[in-house]
Design a binder for this molecule. Structure first.
Ligand code: NAD
Length: 326
């Protein structure tokens, strides 16, 4: 009989592993502490339309990932985004066009995670707190004391700090996870009552608290409202981890004003989101981490370099490693 698999974390790496294992005929069950799937592929729905608060776009370089993206485009889950790109540094603002293809979920980033999730079983709003080994299988326990399982294998597809308490006793996994740090980031959504009429859709910022500014409405199939997303640098977020959201909005709007070089109209909508684990602090090339004797696997962007493509590839690595022992 095909092994049953619990996957903790329904972000890109968990969904990648789940879809691969489902194709191989395994029974997978996903768990996520949040209300839905997608992890950092997140979109905030508002009266003005949606805002991509996490992943802003992604690129595809690995041939397997290129093929996956082509399939997602055919499904209509993703579309190409061709922003008018600028950069901002000590020299000021300048156009910064390139040949890179960039993709986004359509009509919002979460369309991709919804598509991948399909009909896979997901226990949402379920924070798994403990893995218990019973008779060569795994029993899961959540923060409400609820038990799930038993499962033959477990894939832990969440950031290293959150994975660690689950796999503390498995040295082959715990040691690298303990060495892996993630950096934070603040994201701010802004809505304006009229178009800002700027000559760019996105700016790579190299100066001050901001890292990135984008006109969300310039992405394919968004609404017509003037929606912008600002993302801070990791170091600014680390220094402002406990700041009040309204203070974060004020500081990042003022940083945006410095980039734009002119006063901005007052936003008609504003919202700040803190990502405690936005991106890996250092690059790793593990692919995924495996403890085959225990049947436990770790994956995530932090195992392979911090991009959305890395998260997908890491999930594929975990699934392949698991299938070798299935
Ligand atoms: P990419 O190829 O578009 O960009 C990679 C990096 O190169 C950009 O971040 C930017 O620094 C630079 N760059 C690319 N094109 C540029 C241009 N035209 N002008 C000026 N600079 C340019 O995309 P990718 O390789 O898929 O990477 C996505 C990016 O997302 C990565 O840089 C990654 O660090 C970043 N990321 C951010 C977060 C976060 O929390 N903000 C989290 C994960 C990843």
């Amino acid at each position: 009989q095909a092994p049953s698999v619990a996957i903790i974390g329904a972000g890109m790496s968990g969904l990648s592993a789940a879809t691969r294992l489902q194709q191989a005929g395994l029974q997978v069950t996903l768990f996520d502490k949040s209300r839905g799937s997608g992890g950092r592929m997140s979109s905030k729905r508002t009266d003005l339309g949606t805002f991509d608060m996490g992943t802003q776009y992604f690129t595809a370089r690995d041939p397997d990932f290129v093929a996956a993206v082509a399939q997602w485009r055919a499904e209509g889950w993703v579309a190409e985004w061709q922003p008018r790109l600028f950069r901002y540094d000590e020299q000021g603002l300048a156009a910064s066009l390139d040949q890179q293809q960039r993709f986004v979920g359509s009509p919002r980033m979460t369309a991709l995670s919804r598509g991948l999730l399909g009909n896979l079983p997901l226990h949402s709003s379920t924070r798994v707190e403990q893995l218990q080994r019973i008779d060569q299988q795994w029993q899961l326990r959540d923060s409400a004391g609820e038990q799930y399982g038993p499962f033959d294998r477990v894939i832990v597809a969440i950031p290293p700090a959150q994975a660690l308490p689950l796999i503390n006793d498995i040295t082959a996994l715990a040691a690298p996870a303990a060495r892996s740090e993630m950096e934070p980031g603040w994201a701010v959504a802004l809505g304006f009552s009229a178009p800002l009429e700027l000559p760019y859709d996105a700016v790579f910022v190299r100066q001050g608290p901001l890292d990135w500014i984008a006109r969300d409405a310039s992405k394919p199939n968004r609404g017509s409202a003037e929606t912008w997303v600002l993302q801070s640098t990791p170091s600014w977020a680390a220094a402002h981890l406990e700041s009040e959201p309204h203070a974060v909005v004020a500081e990042l709007v003022s940083a945006m004003q410095a980039v734009v070089g002119a006063p901005l109209p007052a936003p008609t909508f504003q919202h700040a989101h803190r990502w405690l684990y936005a991106r890996p602090a250092a690059l790793s090339d593990w692919g995924a981490l495996a403890a085959p004797a225990q049947g436990v696997y770790l994956c995530g962007d932090w195992c392979l370099g911090g991009r959305l493509e890395a998260a997908w590839l890491s999930g594929q690595h975990a699934a392949k490693a698991l299938l070798e022992t299935a």
